[in-house]
Design a protein around this ligand. Structure first.
Ligand code: NAP
Length: 312
């Protein structure tokens, strides 16, 4: 009698189970096709034409004298934007401005300020007043000189204030001067999960990512694009990487790829190999494994740095 009931129940369930299986398969296929097509749209076709002076004559880049910021300045000048370059050293600003003017025949303005100070914003506001700004790249940022345990960081109070002012306050305050167009906020892959021994840096970059995504939701309907950019390693002065590789590209290569994602992704790793790394470390690998390896890598780097310093 019991056996009969089980067989009967299975027969009854056969049809609904068939439909559950069919719907699951169709959903998976649609999900896969959607991701392949949108991947093709972003990484193969791209959206390279969006960033043009039609958005506004001027583009602003903070931290524009080196690394990723300098590459943004070069790419945007090449597209015909007049450039406002903001960084610390007037001498370096003059060099970059001269090079952009002679290479791309564009107008430039420079603003020398130290983003570790909070009284600089009236000077920036005055420099930008009345200009038609189409693009703002909030790029300026600093990291640790070497990975360190929080309580062992030399001159900790000053370190915290400087990092917050340069990495967070700069993004919020400079954004006040924008009303339309495109804003690119340079966060970091370190903001996608906690990175031990670079904890303050990682937390400031998580702020930039959340801030950008929240603002994009607030202002999307007004036609403003605010993109959160989260690179993995790029070969710049900050990372001290001298030999670029596929996964640690030159800033020029990184920025050229990143600019094709604007308008297609609100949050982006900006460069296909970095997008794969982002997917592996957030979707595939468990968080505890990512944290474990990040801690191990940074402990090794810290050890190497401290040994080299003792040898000197
Ligand atoms: N490189 C990477 O692997 C990587 C990865 C993820 C995210 N990021 C982010 O990308 C951004 C750029 O990094 P990067 O590697 O290109 O850095 P970088 O090569 O060290 O260049 C930093 C730029 O910012 C300027 N700057 C630094 N401190 C400043 C301050 N207090 N006031 C004004 N300007 C200042 C520098 O000017 P000076 O020449 O005067 O110092 C330089 O122009 C940062 O926000 C960083 O967190 C970088």
């Amino acid at each position: 009698m019991e056996l009969f009931n089980v067989v009967e129940m299975l027969q009854l369930a056969e049809k609904p189970l068939y439909w559950v299986g069919a719907l699951t398969t169709v959903s998976l296929v649609l999900w896969l096709v959607y991701h392949i097509l949108s991947g093709f749209r972003i990484w193969v076709l791209g959206n390279g034409d969006l960033l043009s002076p039609k958005l506004g004559k001027w583009a602003v880049v903070t931290g524009a004298t080196d690394g990723i910021g300098k590459s943004y300045a070069e790419e945007l000048a090449q597209r015909g934007f007049s450039m406002i370059l903001i960084s610390r050293s007037q001498e370096k600003l003059n060099d970059v401005a001269q090079s952009l003017e002679s290479l791309y025949n564009v107008a430039t303005k420079t603003v020398a300020v130290d983003f570790s100070q909070v009284d600089i914003y009236p000077k920036i506001e005055a420099a930008l007043a009345g200009l038609e700004i189409g693009v703002l790249v909030n790029n300026v940022g600093i990291s640790y000189p070497y990975p360190e345990f929080f309580l062992h960081i030399p001159d900790l109070d000053n370190f915290i204030n400087t990092m917050i002012n340069v990495n967070i306050t700069s993004v919020c305050q400079t954004l006040c001067f924008r009303a339309k167009g495109v804003v690119l906020n340079i966060s970091s892959a370190s903001g996608m999960y906690p990175v031990p021994l670079l904890t303050v840096y990682s937390a400031t970059k998580a702020f930039v990512d959340f801030f950008s995504r929240g603002l994009q939701a607030e202002y999307k309907s007004k036609g403003i694009i605010i993109q959160s950019v989260l690179p993995f390693f790029v070969a710049t002065k900050m990372t001290k990487i001298r030999n670029p590789t596929l996964d640690k590209p030159t800033p020029e290569r990184y920025v050229a790829a990143e600019l094709t994602t604007v308008g297609l992704q609100e949050q982006t790793n900006g460069y296909f190999p970095h997008a794969v790394m982002g997917w592996v470390t957030t979707v595939l690998a468990p968080r505890c494994v990512v944290t474990f390896f990040a801690l191990r890598m940074n402990k090794a780097q810290r050890g190497g740095y401290l040994r080299r310093r003792k040898l000197r």
